[in-house]
Design a protein. Structure first.
Length: 406
């Protein structure tokens, strides 16, 4: 006779039912592990908080239905403050996806699984360690939500850039604010436009073609985001009153956090698995989720939920596979944060007159930029610019060393 398990006793508690939490649930759905998923919103996938442009690696990582892909772009047009621009094209034609449907894809696959229970409209509050057994040195967790207490051996923080799980672990992400509208307009549906300016140099402004003459227009920066956004809309000649809808969001910016803790893993935005150059993190979290799933299964096989065990079977694999590239993205972003408009124009001239544009088209990778960075560092004009720029901004040396050693 199967042993009855109390209603609020689970093996795993996942906080957050966006793509990270739902995909991890899916990866674990063929096991006998009992999983609770806590989601503060009433409906999975909403609100929309993403520009939705993802590299074609997406297709190699997950099954990609036609209804999720709205469009593909062939050209990235970089627009600099002086209104000069460079068009880049390569073999990677990124997907423009319906993020709500993407987030719901794996939820729909697992929501009827008897071992997986979703608690929607319920907010994570805190966790506490308890002794799992008087005769063992192992711990488990009591997780408190807005509606109940859950007993679990593992807690997975997939609860976004302002993660409450990470916060209780004394981890706080540096963040920038993003705003975006959807609008019917007449731009090129084969091009994604990226606008650079010292007024919003924490990231950039964007125009992303969703398809059917609908465009996602947005901007992200660390302060005064709506003021900067209005200036951006004026710059590109778009009237705010013509919008279809408006979204806002938060993007974590930095290097990957410490993601292994006793009885706890962090995944996705809560772990700062986000490219600081673009604000995107889907590819990175999907890769990390596969490591997380294998690690979780091992935890239960060996009855070991310690920080060291999770670090060995999860964190170290993430560091070696995505951590170094995330660090490189952040190094680039730190340099760009010191740019003035004249520096953007200097970079434009260097790219436009050299082989760098060709290198970007051949070796450019939205997610893993190491190969391109290695090639570019042999360009003399770029090296001269970088040395001159660092000499004028000596604080960069401290910041770069701090990132490399982190």
């Amino acid at each position: 006779m199967k042993e009855l398990v109390p209603e609020n006793y689970f093996d795993i508690c996942i906080i957050g039912a966006s793509i990270a939490g739902n995909y991890l649930s899916y990866l674990l759905s063929n096991t006998s592990l009992r999983i609770a998923v806590i989601e503060e919103h009433e409906e999975v996938g909403k609100p929309l908080q993403c520009a939705g442009i993802i590299s074609q690696k997406l297709k190699s990582l997950i099954p990609l239905s036609k209804e999720i892909v709205l469009n593909r772009v062939k050209i990235a047009k970089l627009v600099f403050p002086s209104n000069v621009s460079i068009e880049l094209s390569g073999d990677d034609h990124p997907y423009i996806v319906d993020r709500i449907k993407l987030d719901r894809t794996f939820y729909e696959k697992v929501k009827d699984n008897p071992n997986i229970k979703f608690f929607l409209g319920e907010k994570f509050k805190s966790f506490n360690y308890i002794n799992k057994d008087e005769n063992e040195n192992q711990k488990s967790l009591i997780i408190k939500t807005s509606n109940r207490k859950i007993h679990a051996d593992l807690l997975i923080g997939c609860d976004g850039p302002l993660s409450s799980v990470a916060k209780q672990l004394s981890i706080r992400n540096n963040i920038i604010y993003a705003t975006q509208i959807r609008i019917e307009a007449k731009f090129n549906e084969n091009k994604a436009f990226l606008y650079f300016d010292e007024q919003w140099k924490d990231l950039f402004g964007w125009i992303v073609p969703e398809g059917n003459k609908i465009y996602r227009i947005g901007l992200a920066c660390s302060k005064n985001v709506m003021k900067a956004f209005k200036l951006f809309l004026e710059k590109i000649g778009v009237k705010y009153k013509n919008i279809i809808d408006h979204q806002g969001g938060i993007i974590p910016i930095g290097t990957m956090n410490k993601i292994a803790h006793d009885n706890i893993l962090l995944l996705g935005d809560s772990a700062c698995m986000v490219k600081a150059t673009t604000g995107g993190g889907i590819i990175m979290l999907l890769i990390a989720a596969k490591f997380a799933a294998k690690c979780i299964i091992k935890c239960f096989q060996f009855h070991d939920f310690s920080k060291n065990f999770i670090r060995k079977h999860y964190e170290k694999l993430c560091v070696s596979s995505i951590g170094k590239d995330l660090k490189l993205h952040y190094l680039v972003r730190i340099v760009l944060k010191h740019f003035k408009n004249k520096n953007f124009h200097e970079i434009y001239k260097i790219i436009n007159k050299n082989e760098i544009k060709k290198l970007i088209n051949v070796y450019g990778d939205m997610d893993f930029p190491k190969s391109l960075a290695f090639k570019v560092m042999f360009n003399l004009d770029f090296i001269r610019f970088l040395i001159k720029f660092i000499v004028k901004n000596p604080i960069l040396i401290v910041e770069i060393i701090s990132i490399i050693l982190s």
